[in-house]
Design a protein around this ligand. Sequence first.
Ligand code: FEO
Length: 173
Amino acid sequence: MLSDRMQEALNDQMKWEFYSEFLYLAMAAWFKSRSLDGFANWMLVQAEEERAHALMFFDYICEAGGKAEIRAFDQPKTDYQSATDVFRTTVEHEKLVTKRINDLMTMAVEEKDHATANFLNWFVKEQVEEVASPQKILDQLEMGKEEGYVLMMLDRELAQRTFTPPAQEAEQA
Ligand code: FEO
């Protein structure tokens, strides 16, 4: 059974995961408008992942006897200066999400809510990759100073990314 405080915090995080989905969709649209379809693909897969994360919160809150609440969120940013700017924003956003997940875990431990701590454990591990993966692309963009050939090379590489549902990811681990 979830405490009121925990249910509120989990619902708030579900909202952040849906917000992340829309933030990355907006980034995909920005790349599409510049004909960088590989970058757009990477962001579309990222958006799918975020939706899957949000639905994991939805399912968990319901299964734990709570009430999932769908909440509105702020308009995501739609305009960027460059591909580097997009990935810098992505890394900062994921660092913020990591802090939020860690704070949630601290709350679960404080409340001796082991079921919620166990649920959150997947997200604690996932966030390591959620920061590392865009950070690597940001490093490459910065190293290449966004010269045309660097963008084209990365665009081809990022076009290869595909979505793996979290449940399948866990099976493969
Ligand atoms: Fe759901 Fe990118 O964290």
